[in-house]
Design a protein around this ligand. Sequence first.
Ligand SMILES: Nc1nc2c(ncn2[C@@H]2O[C@H](COP(=O)(O)OP(=O)(O)O)[C@@H](O)[C@H]2O)c(=O)[nH]1
Ligand SMILES: [Mg+2]
Ligand SMILES: [Zn+2]
Length: 355
Amino acid sequence: MSIKYFTLHQLGWRPGYSHHLTLQDFEAGYPARVVGVHRSGLSVLSARGASTVSLLHGSATGVEPAVTVGDWLLIEMDAPRVLRVLERYSLIVRIAAGSEHRMQAIAANLDTLFVVTSCNDDFNLSRLERYLAVAFEAGVEPVIVLTKADLCADVGAYLDAVRSIAPTIGFMAIDATSATASGLLAPWLADGQTVAFVGSSGVGKSTLANTLVGDSTQATGGIREDDARGRHTTTAREMFVLPGGAWVIDTPGMRELRVGAIEAGMGAVFDDIETLAAQCRFHDCRHDGDRGCAVESAIAGGQLDGRRLVNYRKLQREAANAVRTTRERREQDRHYGLLNRTAQRLQREKKGRDY
Ligand SMILES: Nc1nc2c(ncn2[C@@H]2O[C@H](COP(=O)(O)OP(=O)(O)O)[C@@H](O)[C@H]2O)c(=O)[nH]1
Ligand SMILES: [Mg+2]
Ligand SMILES: [Zn+2]
């Protein structure tokens, strides 16, 4: 398959990235976008075409969290070597599964996060709030996509529920298998835009990705890994381009999206609770039987869903916990680093005495 060449603009380049690059940087290397993260290395696209660079080792180019799909790299002019990871415009992160504190990047430099759920048992307002908080924290516009509308008798009830938690953000109900879905998502899929689909397994993320790609095989630019049927499947972390020029990152279904620090995101999703909390009699009100609590009286009066307060608290605890463990771990690392260096010095001194 022939390789299609993309301009930086088509690859999603933003003027802001240049602000972090010096003239020397541009002489030493060129920018390239990570379109695939594989065990063997990173697939990148640049104005020079497609290439593979090895994964980053060493602290010089190491970033925390590690390089992910959508990242921009500075690649050395004449060698497949990463000089630097460019400052991220936005980054969707979670606490890695099976870890207490390790941040895992899901997608970098996104414009839009499509939060996908279906009009059935998967639908869960608290989980939606969680995804929204993560998107807002990252500075990414969230859009809620309700799939399987064609299989649902009362789509209106689902839409009303979404409206109740997120009156200001975009949402839609679709049949992900139908071509009409493309038109509904089109406002977020302009040339050079980068979007990602997140949500539970089986809600239709890959189906939707396939619908957007349509029948066009040339649209994939030779970078999409197809299975035997030539359909997109969610295997590795990768992004691919749509016929209209937008970049799509499909993600494997997530069993849980555990949050890290999300104060700003919480403020955006739960601004009703935070506004009420400012009216509580005591500034350190726990909204839990305290006198003069505006949050509890709003719940009693039916203006606020009690479920929202429960979820707000849960997410706050989770975030505080993640922030604390990360800080403790950093201090521990510093401590052990110091011990190590001291041990090495003592050993050198001992050797000096022995010889
Ligand atoms: N009828 C209907 N089926 C759908 C819709 N979205 C997804 N599906 C089906 O649901 C199953 C899971 O979809 P898939 O895209 O693999 O989900 P993913 O795990 O989120 O990527 C597939 O059999 C799809 O055909 C929809 O909007 N309507
Ligand atoms: Mg999938
Ligand atoms: Zn209160």
